[in-house]
Design a protein around this ligand. Structure first.
Ligand code: FAD
Length: 471
């Protein structure tokens, strides 16, 4: 049985790789000639994981080739330099425990500063009714149980999940004992008697795919990481992409942009890398940092256990709308500046800046799906109408500056992974046991950190594995 998607199967057959399960048949594809196209190490993906792997390999005298699908370096480190204030559309917050990120930034003179973000109260828009947190408690649309009624809609998730004990250590999520936590968020909430509306509100702006797919093991892992990171959260001056720009500039190795790979086929001596442009290159080792949300459409011959996780690891879907306002009207109407809504086209609205006045709408999960299916002009108008409905002082103030959907980006297909319900054991085995000629890296392969730091950690582990194997 194979777990390659239909798209991956088609890619394999177009390249004559017979689902990648056996050796390539179509030798007419341009192949490597002798040593010229034979590389010691090829790194796929020029995000933080790939760049860090390259940095470490170079320090040991290797010159890996880096292949990047898009025309931009950085991957999910993505600063919108074309938008006023250059907001980050990707990873932004650098936790106090991000030791790798901080050390590399220091060595490359990339400046960090304390994050100005502070949690503020929100204006709530629930089932079409607008209210403050105080008003929510007695609102007719508050159908929460008696024990929940006093909790704000955006506080329900932490109200329940803080009942969960943190794990003994940041790597404990991989241990057998922790797997008892690998149940769905829905089952966990039910076991604590969460009401139907609590479940719906938690799912409305969930940082995860949905309450059925999000494993409590993932939540326990995140809470444990948070508990182990005390101190200030930072951001990169000028945007997170300044970090990946600096890392790329410091490399000697070639980075080939606009070069998507279509298939990978490993054998006992190396890996053939089939490019979408029809060319083929070969490497003794490949470090592949492609998110699994994308990798599942790429033909490969990794073992069945890996195929299974690659095919099914969930990624959170998110779409963003950046809006410019004529004036910072949120400072004038006496209402909380941020909006938290369960309306599909509103989600969460944050103030990005007062000068120039900028707002960001963050839609997750099903809301992002609904938004993505509409044409941008109609969707944009509806979103602005929604803000004006909730906040009349916004009337005539707004214009759309940028729309960005992470799942429409065919080289990301989502913002980050989470452990899917029942996947803890298999993912833990995968990140701890790398074999063969294709070594996987990327934030999804980290053991002891997550996000930006997890990407660096995974690149480091992959590079160390390859260095050991080559020595
Ligand atoms: C909206 C958002 C908010 C976030 N917030 C935070 C935060 O505040 N703090 C935090 O720590 N983390 C955050 N993260 C997560 C963090 O940005 C990521 O974990 C990290 O950037 C991932 O790096 P990576 O190298 O693993 O993957 P990527 O950066 O995705 O790199 C993979 C690369 O592979 C390339 N690629 C894909 N397919 C192919 C192909 N077929 N051929 C060749 N190349 C290919 C891609 O183009 C990409 O450049 C956030 C992410 C997002 C999207």
């Amino acid at each position: 049985m194979q777990y390659l998607t239909r798209r991956a199967m088609l890619a394999a057959s177009a390249l004559g790789i017979a689902s990648c399960a056996s050796a390539p048949k179509n030798m007419a594809i341009q192949s490597y000639n002798g040593s010229q196209n034979m590389h010691e190490v090829v790194i796929i993906g020029a995000g933080l994981a790939g760049l860090n792997a390259a940095r470490i390999l170079e320090a040991q005298g290797y010159s890996p080739l880096i292949i990047e699908a898009s025309g931009r370096i950085g991957g999910r480190a993505y600063t919108l330099d074309d938008v006023a204030g250059a907001p980050d559309a990707g990873g932004i917050q650098i936790g106090p425990s991000y030791t790798r990120f901080r050390a590399i930034a220091r060595s490359l003179n990339v400046d960090l500063y304390d994050s100005p973000y502070t949690a503020s109260s929100s204006l709530f828009d629930i089932n079409g009714k607008v209210m403050t947190q105080e008003q929510w408690r007695t609102s007719t649309v508050n159908l929460l149980s008696e024990t929940e009624k006093h909790i704000a809609p955006n506080g329900l998730f932490s109200h329940y999940t803080r009942k969960l004990a943190t794990l003994p250590h940041i790597t404990s999520w991989m241990e057998e004992d922790a797997q008892t936590l690998d149940i769905s968020l829905r089952d966990f909430l039910s076991s604590y008697g969460a009401s139907h509306q609590a479940m719906q509100l938690i799912e409305a702006n969930l940082n995860g795919s949905n309450v059925d797919q999000l494993s409590m093991l993932h939540i326990a892992r995140s809470m444990t990481l948070f508990a182990h990171s005390k101190g200030a959260v930072s951001q990169v001056k000028g945007g997170t992409q300044r970090m990946t720009d600096a890392m790329a500039a410091a490399l000697r190795s070639d980075i080939q942009i606009n070069t998507p790979i279509a298939a990978l086929h490993q054998d006992k001596d190396g890996t053939d890398i089939y490019l979408e442009n029809g060319k083929k290159i070969r490497a003794k080792f490949v470090i592949c940092t492609i998110p699994f949300s994308v990798m599942r459409d790429i033909a490969h011959n990794l073992d069945l256990e890996r195929q299974r996780i690659i095919a099914s690891l969930p990624y959170t879907r998110a779409s963003f709308i950046y809006l410019r306002a004529k004036t910072p009207f949120w400072q004038e109407d006496g209402l909380p500046s941020d909006i938290w809504s369960n309306a599909p086209l509103l989600g969460r609205v944050f103030v990005l800046d007062n000068i120039p006045p900028m707002l960001k709408i963050w839609l997750n999960g099903q809301s992002a799906d609904i938004f993505d299916k509409m044409d941008e002009e109609t969707a944009g108008k509806m979103v602005m109408g929604e803000i004006e409905r909730v906040r009349p002082s916004a009337k005539g103030q707004l214009s759309i500056v940028k729309i960005y959907s992470w799942q429409k980006n065919k080289y990301a297909r989502g913002i980050y992974h989470h452990i899917g319900t029942g996947q803890g054991r298999a993912l833990a085995q995968m990140v701890q046991n790398q074999t063969g000629r294709i070594i996987l890296a990327g934030e999804h392969m980290a053991r002891q950190s997550s996000g930006l730091e997890g990407a660096l950690e995974s690149g480091e582990s992959a590079a160390m594995h390859v260095l050991n194997a080559l020595s």
